[in-house]
Design a protein around this ligand. Sequence first.
Ligand code: GDG
Length: 453
Amino acid sequence: MGRLVVVSNRIPGHGTRGGNGGGLAVGLNAALAKRPSLWLGWSGDVTDTPPPPERRHSRRTEIVGVALTPALHAGFYAGFANSLLWPLFHYRLGLVEYRRADYAAYIEANEWIASALMNELRPDDTIWVHDYHLIPLAKILRARGVANPIGYFLHIPFPATEVFRCLPVYRDLVEALAHYDLVGFQTESDRVQFVDVLGAPEKRAGDTIEMFGRVFQTGVFPIGIDTQAFAAYAAKPSPDGQRLADNIGDRKLAIGVDRLDYSKGLPNRVAAYGEFLERHPDWRGKVQYLQIAPISRGEVSNYRALRRELDGAAGRINGKYADFDWTPLRYVNRGFPRGTLAAFYRRARVGLVTPLRDGMNLVAKEFVAAQPPDDPGVLILSEFAGAAVELSGALTINPYDVDGIADALHRALEMPLDERTSRWRADFDVISTNTAAFWSESFLSALAAARPT
Ligand code: GDG
């Protein structure tokens, strides 16, 4: 069996808590355990003269980390990837910052990663590239003669054509994607929007596309979690979980867990909680909202602005409604170990997942997995998260509708046990089938079928 070669911006084990690297490592765990593999990406180091790639082993996987220069880091990572592609693909045109120099750095960083990868590649490797940082990689590899199967998975939404066209180099990116053998998306609507931007209906037959002199496949692969393992984790005794339970007492806990990112809809969520407390004085003192929001991408200015905004909003709610023995909102800017998070989810009566846009949102699935079957909590879920396609048992909200989120919170807190149980059961069944292992294996089978060896 040839190796699986994973390429992603971050490699596992480098400050990835709360970021994609952590979730991706869980997603790929089963696929990596099955075969010898290599995982290559940015090491997290930024130095003027990058040293040779660093190497580690984790079970059957060799992990290779490549450093970036300060200029590449600024233009590629903080610039084109996180100040342009991220806001654009999440429909936040007002936050988009386009600079030609950043695009040049983006291409250069992809060339740099391609060079490191070329040193590692064997003819029978299957290459799986992840996410928006690395769109041009296959085109660069093909130009250098790499003939291996190469698949691509986009973890974030693919935007509607009229949004995507705001990017001056949008056609370059579309053409670059055509150099993969398989381009995978989280939802069918992401896939359809990608096909739409190609703008050549006569070239489509089912999921196969023929364009730019290339034939490639598209597909939908909603990412999942290791549901059984997460459920078992959540049921294990946890000292922090117990401390939280003792501390909360009889109060009902509502929980949110998100990287501090403007796509996650945190200001509206906090405002909705304030609105709920205003409208339902009987619930004051009886509910506790815990928002865990580890700092993310602190080097990007829009993230610092979001942090200031939320600090102010949390302070205002606590200033207005707190009592000597009750703090309505606990807002924590740091990460917790996975086991602690699982125990917190399990203790919660309500899970608040209200992104303005989200490719999938694994927190929604983790919250469902962690619930006690005999007394499950209620998930409140944005209709603009990819997870909403699968999790029909959730209370779906429009994240721009602050009053609607407040209504859903009230409904969730008052929901009788039989309704909570039937909603939770529907969602738990779905995530027990659409697991992380199912996601990676279906992608890799589709890639093998797209490029029979
Ligand atoms: C991107 C897409 C897509 C969070 N805080 C802590 C912590 N986390 C973990 C969560 C979850 C992961 O981080 C976050 O995953 P999400 O899916 O919610 O969001 P993104 O980071 O934006 O990920 C997203 C995902 O890629 C996968 O394709 O679903 O749409 O945006 O697993 O639990 N983990 C720990 N401590 C924390 O404090 N240990």
